[in-house]
Design a protein around this ligand. Structure first.
Ligand SMILES: [Zn+2]
Length: 96
């Protein structure tokens, strides 16, 4: 669940955080060309990344370290240590 919550929104059960590898694939994405925030240069990629740990385990993120036009659905990505604008997770192309 992202952002993190103490309880399941479906059944109310308590939730605990578990570490993940930071490896995943781009589930879907869009390339934003509109400068909503003048501090973030356009174009940039907004994506839903599915983590390798579990089918359906997805997180909203930005894709960095590559040309926006090179991003594809299914592309292998890995987490970057820094956070993006507003604390968004940043993923980039996975090392091959
Ligand atoms: Zn539940």
């Amino acid at each position: 669940m992202h952002p993190a919550a103490a309880q399941c929104r479906d059944c109310g059960s308590p939730l605990v955080a578990r570490p993940v590898s930071g490896q995943g694939t781009v589930f879907t994405y869009t390339v934003n060309h509109h400068p909503y925030n003048p501090e973030i240069p356009v174009p940039y990629v907004i994506a839903i990344v599915e983590l390798v740990e579990q089918s359906g385990l997805r997180v909203a993120a930005n894709i960095v370290d590559c040309e926006p036009d090179s991003v594809t659905s299914g592309m292998a990505v890995s987490i970057r240590p820094e956070k993006g604008a507003g604390g968004a997770p940043l993923f980039g192309p996975a090392a091959s």
